[in-house]
Design a protein around this ligand. Structure first.
Ligand SMILES: NC(=O)c1ccc[n+]([C@@H]2O[C@H](COP(=O)([O-])OP(=O)(O)OC[C@H]3O[C@@H](n4cnc5c(N)ncnc54)[C@H](OP(=O)(O)O)[C@@H]3O)[C@@H](O)[C@H]2O)c1
Length: 454
C-alpha cells in the first residue's frame, strides 16, 4: 500500500450533509492542492448507478470550487456501493472495498450512527482507521458517554474526529491569535475588566425544508450545545503553551468543565422563542408551525438564549450570554466582549454613556473596537468611535479545514470525547426546565430583531 493512499468511506452518501457540506468542503480542500492519493466511496441503502453518483460527486465538489487534476481524479475513481450498515456483511463488504488508510465518515442520523458503531465492533477494522462523526454527538450526556465508550472499543481517541465545522472557520481560530499574541488585549480579558461576553449566532435563514432534522433539535441543540460552546471555550480558555492538539483540547476542556447555567437557575437564565409569519430580506415566510414536517407538540424553539457562568479565577462573575436563532432581521455572527466602565471619568468630561467593546465577527471575518474619544465635535464631550477591519477569510472553507485535519491525522480541530459530554452536561438543565414548562415559549415575527422584551 502506498503511504499516501487513503479512502474516505462516506456512510450516508445520499444525504443532505454529504451534498451540502462534506463534498463541497472536500472540494475546497482539493482546490487548495490537498488530498493527493485520496479516493472516495459513497454508500447508503438507496439504489444509485455509478454514473449518477459520479455526477453528484462532481457537482458537489464543484460547489466547493474544486476543478482540475485532483478533483478529476477523485471523480474518476469514486464508487457508490449500495449497503445497509445495520448488516455486518454489508459493512465488511464496504471496508474490503477501501484501499490504503480508511476514513469512515458517519454522515448518518445519531441513532443510525450508533447502530453502525455497534456493527463495526463485530467487524475487524483495518489498522489506523479514522472515524469521523458529525453533530449532534449523542442526544444527551449519557448517550454521548456511551457512544464514546463504544468508539473506544474500535480505535484510540486520537483516531476519532467529532466534527464541529465552526472550529474550521478562520476567525474562530483567529480568536487564539487575537487573544494570545497581543500584549494590549490579553491582560484585560478577565473579570477585573470585562462586564459580559455575548456569543451571537443570528441567522436570517429560516427552516429551509430541514424540518426532519431541525424540528427534533431546535436552536439550543442545533447551535448552542455545539458551535456556541466551542466558541466559548476558545474565548475563555487559558493560554495553552503550544497549539498542539493535546494542549489546545486540554485548555478547552478545562473551561467547559467550569461552565454552568448562571446561578444554576435555567428557569431564570434561559429564554426560548419561535418565529411566526413575517418577511425576511423581502421574502414572505410562513409561521414555523406551518412549515412542512413541523410537529406542533414538540414545541421546538427557533431562537434560544442561555446565560452561563465560567467558574475560573479569570472569569468568575462574568456572564457569558449565548444566543442563536433563525429567521431574524439581520445576520449577525459575532463575539462581543463588553468592558466595564472606567473607574473614573474626569468630571468635566461629559457624555460617557456606553462601554467600550471588542467585537470578533465570525462571518464576515471582522475585528472591531467600539471605544470612546473626545474632541471630534467638542473636546470635552465623549464621542463613541468604532475601528473596524476585515481580517479576510481563510484559504480553506470551514468544512475543508476540518477535513484537512482528518486526512492529515491532526485532531486539533475536532471535539474530544470528554468535551462532547461536557457540552451536553451544560445544556441539560436548560432542556429539562424547558420540558417541564418552567420557561415559556415566546414568539417573534420572522424578520424582527427578536421577541418583544428581549
Ligand atoms: N444536513 C446538514 O446540514 C447537517 C449539518 C450538521 C450536522 N448534520 C448531521 O449529519 C448527519 C446526517 O444528516 P443529513 O442531513 O445528511 O441526514 P439525511 O439527509 O437524512 O441523510 C441520512 C443518510 O443516511 C443514510 N442511511 C440511513 N440509514 C441507513 C442505513 N441503515 N444504512 C446505510 N445508510 C443509511 C440515508 O440513505 P438511505 O436512506 O438511502 O439509506 C442518507 O444517505 C446527522 O447526524 C445530522 O445531525 C447535518
Amino acid at each position: 500500500m502506498s503511504a499516501a493512499e487513503q479512502t474516505l468511506l462516506i456512510l450516508g452518501a445520499t444525504g443532505d450533509l454529504t451534498k451540502r457540506l462534506l463534498l463541497p468542503g472536500l472540494g475546497g480542500l482539493l482546490a487548495a492542492g490537498h488530498g493527493e492519493g485520496l479516493s472516495v466511496i459513497g454508500s447508503s441503502r438507496a439504489e444509485l448507478d455509478q454514473a449518477r453518483w459520479r455526477e453528484r460527486v462532481a457537482d458537489s465538489l464543484a460547489a466547493g470550487n474544486a476543478r482540475g487534476g485532483q478533483a478529476e481524479a477523485v471523480v474518476r475513481s469514486t464508487r457508490y456501493i449500495q449497503a445497509d450498515i445495520a448488516r455486518e456483511d454489508d459493512m465488511r463488504r464496504l471496508l474490503n472495498a477501501c484501499r490504503g488508510q480508511v476514513i469512515v465518515f458517519f454522515a448518518l442520523a445519531p441513532a443510525v450512527t450508533l447502530t453502525a458503531s455497534k456493527v463495526l465492533c463485530e467487524v475487524e477494522l483495518p489498522p489506523g482507521t479514522r472515524l469521523v462523526l458529525e453533530k449532534p454527538f449523542g442526544t444527551d450526556a449519557a448517550s454521548a458517554a456511551a457512544l464514546n465508550d463504544l468508539l473506544a472499543r474500535l480505535v484510540p481517541e486520537d483516531q476519532v474526529y467529532r466534527v464541529d465545522h465552526y472550529l474550521g472557520m478562520s476567525t474562530v481560530l483567529n480568536i487564539l491569535g487575537l487573544r494570545f499574541a497581543n500584549r494590549m488585549l490579553e491582560p484585560v480579558l478577565r473579570a477585573e475588566h470585562v462586564e459580559s461576553v455575548d456569543i451571537v449566532f443570528d441567522e436570517t435563514l429560516a427552516l429551509e425544508g430541514r424540518a426532519g432534522y431541525y424540528d427534533r433539535a431546535g436552536a439550543l441543540i442545533d447551535m448552542i450545545q455545539s458551535h456556541s460552546l466551542q466558541v466559548l471555550s476558545l474565548v475563555a480558555m487559558e493560554a495553552p503553551s503550544t497549539l498542539g492538539a493535546r494542549d489546545v483540547r486540554d485548555a478547552k476542556a478545562q473551561v467547559l468543565r467550569a461552565s454552568r447555567v448562571w446561578d444554576d437557575d435555567p428557569a431564570r437564565w434561559s429564554r426560548r422563542a419561535r418565529y411566526t409569519a413575517g418577511v425576511v430580506d423581502g421574502r414572505r415566510l410562513p409561521s414555523y408551525v406551518d412549515e412542512e414536517g413541523v410537529v406542533l407538540d414538540r414545541d421546538t424553539e427557533t431562537l434560544a438564549e442561555v446565560v452561563l457562568a465560567v467558574d475560573t479565577w479569570r472569569w468568575a462573575g462574568v456572564p457569558f450570554r449565548l444566543r442563536a436563532g433563525k429567521a431574524l432581521r439581520t445576520q449577525r455572527k459575532e463575539v462581543v466582549i463588553t468592558f466595564r466602565a472606567p473607574r473614573w471619568v474626569p468630571s468635566g468630561l461629559t457624555g460617557y454613556d456606553q462601554p467600550d467593546r471588542l467585537r470578533i465577527g465570525l462571518d464576515p471575518d471582522v475585528i472591531g473596537l467600539d471605544f470612546n474619544v473626545s474632541g471630534r465635535g467638542h473636546p470635552l464631550v465623549i464621542d463613541p468611535f468604532t475601528l473596524e477591519a476585515g481580517v479576510g477569510a481563510g484559504h480553506l472553507p470551514a468544512y475543508g479545514a476540518v477535513l484537512k485535519g482528518v486526512l492529515e491525522g491532526d485532531p486539533r480541530l475536532s471535539v474530544r470525547g470528554d468535551t462532547a459530554v461536557e457540552c451536553w452536561r451544560i445544556v441539560e438543565p436548560v432542556l429539562k426546565a424547558w420540558r417541564d414548562g418552567s420557561v415559556p415559549l415566546e414568539d417573534y415575527p420572522a424578520g424582527s430583531a427578536r421577541p418583544a422584551g428581549w
